[in-house]
Design a protein around this ligand. Structure first.
Ligand code: OFO
Length: 165
């Protein structure tokens, strides 16, 4: 049986993952509009992954006799200043998600909730990977630059990441 405090916090995490899924879907659409096919494909995949992150908590809450709540999701931004600004926003959002996961762990330790702590380990690892991936893309962006001449090369680099996944 899960505590009310943990149930509420996990429902907040569901909402955060759901928002990430919508934000990345919106970013995929913007990339597509800008002709950045590799980036669009990448953001679509990220969006799917975030939906999976959301559902994983959803199923977990049901499994431990909690009540998973379908979140209201705010409309994400539709316009982005540049591809660099877009990836910076992704990175910032991932850092926010990581901080939120750490908040959940804190509650887990306070409550001696080993089951949830164990469940959350997957997210700790996932966030480490996601942050590293976004940092590596931002590093490449710094090298290539994101002026109009560079967009083609940026897109090719992100396409290489797609091919590795
Ligand atoms: Fe699920 O927040 Fe990104 O990975």
């Amino acid at each position: 049986m899960i505590s009310e405090k943990m149930e509420t916090a996990l429902n907040k995490q569901i909402a955060l993952e759901g928002y990430a899924s919508y934000l990345y879907l919106s970013m995929a659409s913007w990339c597509d509009k800008e002709g950045l096919e590799g980036c669009a494909k990448f953001m679509h995949r990220q969006s799917e992954e975030e939906r999976m992150h959301m559902l994983k908590i959803f199923y977990y809450l049901s499994e431990v006799d909690g009540h998973a709540l379908t979140p209201a999701i705010a409309q994400p931004p539709h316009e982005f200043d540049s591809v660099k600004a877009l990836f910076e926003e992704v990175y910032a959002h991932e850092q926010k998600v990581t901080a939120s996961i750490h908040g959940l762990l804190k509650i887990g330790y306070e409550e001696n909730d080993h089951t949830t702590l164990n469940f959350l380990q997957w997210y700790v690892e996932e966030q480490r990977e996601e942050e590293a991936l976004m940092r590596s893309i931002l590093d490449k962006l710094k090298l290539i630059g994101d002026g109009p001449q560079s967009l083609y090369y940026i897109d090719m680099e992100v396409e290489k990441v797609n091919a590795m996944a």
